[in-house]
Design a protein around this ligand. Structure first.
Ligand SMILES: [Zn+2]
Length: 565
């Protein structure tokens, strides 16, 4: 009986291959492959959760059938002759790439992760290419791509095709409902306790993320940006100033508090900043939370008038801090050594290091962060003279500790921690070597800030400006804790390594006098709980910009300042 039905199946299968496949035969084997092979990281994660063997098998079988059913429903809806093969191939490739990044870095795929992918650039992509990536893609996508392209779908009349596709989708859906009912108890508690698992379901995670992203973006296109601080003007301090203020905002990249020397890390990753701190005018803030776990969310949020709770982490609908500063009459300049300013600097003067040719600092379209300091006096001098005479806010957007190729962020002479990992395939390296490479990037940021502070001190000493600097990292990084690497874990369950970030502020004596914000007052408040929410209002306060948009409660300098004028 079994044999004969097997023979019948084989004959049908052959007929299917010769004549072209019906949608069912095209859809369900592919869905099964994607569910099983395309979700190995998910199955590994579930298996690692522990529990009894019996429970584990119920979970694996239940979840496996759900993923098979869900994928089958999706593919059934796509089973149109000219649509199916490209669409199915895309899903297979997406699943293969996802598998690699989940495996290598413990990444999960949610809407913000996809937004990152959409906004990536050639440099970032180059950092991620590796033989391991090629191997995983071939392993996961090779067989199904061959199978998809071997035979076309059998063409039917429109109505019959619709009936077949809908039939497949409905059947799949019924299966999903049935399995859900049968395994509800254990699956529901699994999903409740391990929310990030849902973002590991390949390739449905990407389909969900793409749909969410598109839904967020579409209305955005027609909406205009909300103006912020239309009443912004400069306070009384500007009436008779001898030296216009010059504030540098350094937007750090992927630096985490845990490896920050000034935050108590056992290794000396911030020796230069420690010297500035000892001199008395630099304050380290030890309890700062980022707004997001990736650049795409954090950078706009940092400059947003909205707090994270008010939606500062969502796609920006408001003008940024830089717009308000410019409207108040100040000169603003954004210098970028990264993948751009994520819309924050669109309406202010901005420049990138990308086209710079600086021997020893730039190579192959990439520069070390120090390249941003080259010719800085000239750049300042080139700004609108009337604005410059009032004051300047200069943003330096670092490459910082951007991974996974940490070793590429530091010049050969600035690698105090050895041996360092020199591969972007993190599993190729010993954990300690990976930390060495990361710590070298932190030490290089320390050096970069040291250079920047020296430049600011010189300008203050020359009587050109009252100068100040705020450094704040955009988000942290995982270096293998709990099997996680890189960053971008959805905020609700992100580990503190990805959200607890370093921050320092340095005010020249002239700026302290001008604003009344004394370093010793700030030092006494260095351990207060702060977040990215504070930057917008703190900069307005420090620069003496008056506007309704300013909220004193979120100005970290406020409690130390003399009454604003
Ligand atoms: Zn970042």
């Amino acid at each position: 009986m079994l044999l004969s039905s097997g023979l019948v199946f084989a004959r049908r299968l052959r007929a299917g291959l010769v004549l072209g496949r019906g949608p069912w035969r095209a859809v369900w084997p592919l869905a099964l492959w994607l569910a099983v092979v395309g979700n190995v990281p998910l199955w590994q994660r579930v298996a690692a959760l522990g529990g009894s063997q019996g429970q584990l098998w119920v979970l694996l079988a239940g979840l496996g059938l759900l993923v098979w059913g869900g994928t089958g429903v999706l593919l059934s809806l796509l089973a149109w002759p000219r649509v199916y093969r490209p669409a199915a191939s895309l899903l297979v490739l997406v699943a293969a790439f996802n598998t690699h990044f989940m495996w290598q870095y413990g990444a999960v795929i949610d809407p913000t992760m996809l937004a990152n992918v959409v906004h990536t650039d050639a440099r970032e992509v180059r950092d991620l290419l590796s033989p391991a990536l090629l191997f995983t893609v071939l392993l996961v996508a090779g067989v199904p791509l061959w199978w998809i392209w071997r035979q076309p779908l059998r063409t039917r009349r429109w109505l019959a095709q619709t009936g077949r596709n809908a039939g497949g989708a409905v059947l799949g859906l019924l299966g999903v409902v049935l399995i859900t009912l049968l395994t509800y108890q254990s699956l529901a508690s699994l999903m409740r306790n391990h929310k990030s698992l849902r973002y590991m379901i390949n390739p449905l995670n990407s389909v969900y993320a793409a749909t969410r992203l598109a839904a967020d973006q579409l209305p955005q296109q027609v909406r205009t940006l909300q103006p912020v601080g239309e009443d912004a003007h400069l306070g009384a301090r500007y009436a008779q100033q001898a030296r216009p203020p010059l504030l540098v905002l350094v937007v750090g990249e992927t630096a985490r508090a845990q490896n920050w020397g000034l935050d108590g890390y056992a290794r000396p990753t911030t020796p230069a900043l420690a010297r500035w701190q000892a001199q008395g005018d630099l304050v380290n803030f030890s309890q700062v939370q980022s707004c997001g776990t990736n650049t795409q969310v954090s950078v706009p949020c940092l400059f947003s008038p909205l707090t994270r709770a008010e939606g500062g982490d969502k796609t920006a609908e408001h003008e940024s801090l830089l717009d308000v500063l410019q409207r108040a009459g100040l000169a603003v300049l954004w210098l970028d050594n990264q993948s751009g300013c994520k819309g924050v600097c669109e309406r202010v003067p901005n420049a990138s290091t990308r086209e710079r040719q600086l021997p020893g600092l730039c190579e192959g379209g990439e520069c070390f962060d120090e390249a941003m300091l080259h010719g800085l006096d000239d750049r300042i001098a080139a700004l609108d003279p009337q604005r410059r005479a009032r004051g300047v806010v200069l943003v330096l957007h670092q490459m910082g500790s951007h991974g996974p190729a940490y070793f590429k962020r530091t010049p050969p002479s600035r690698k105090p921690f050895q041996p360092e990992c020199t591969s972007n395939t993190l599993s190729d390296c010993a954990a300690a070597d990976l930390v060495n490479a990361y710590d070298n990037t932190v030490a290089y940021t320390d050096h970069f800030l040291d250079q920047t502070l020296t430049w600011l001190q010189q300008r203050a000493a020359a009587g050109a400006n009252d100068t100040g600097l705020i450094y704040l990292s955009d988000h942290g990084e995982s270096l293998g804790e709990n099997g996680l690497y890189l960053h971008g874990v959805p905020y609700a369950f992100a580990p503190q390594q990805q959200t607890h970030v370093p921050m320092v502020a340095w005010l020249s004596p002239g700026l302290q006098q001008r604003t009344g914000v004394r370093a010793d007052c700030l030092r006494a408040r260095a351990d207060q709980a702060l977040s990215h929410d504070h930057l917008f209002h703190s900069v307005l306060g420090l620069m003496g910009v008056s506007t309704q948009a300013y909220q004193p409660a979120l100005d970290l300098f406020g409690p130390c300042a003399t009454p604003r004028g």
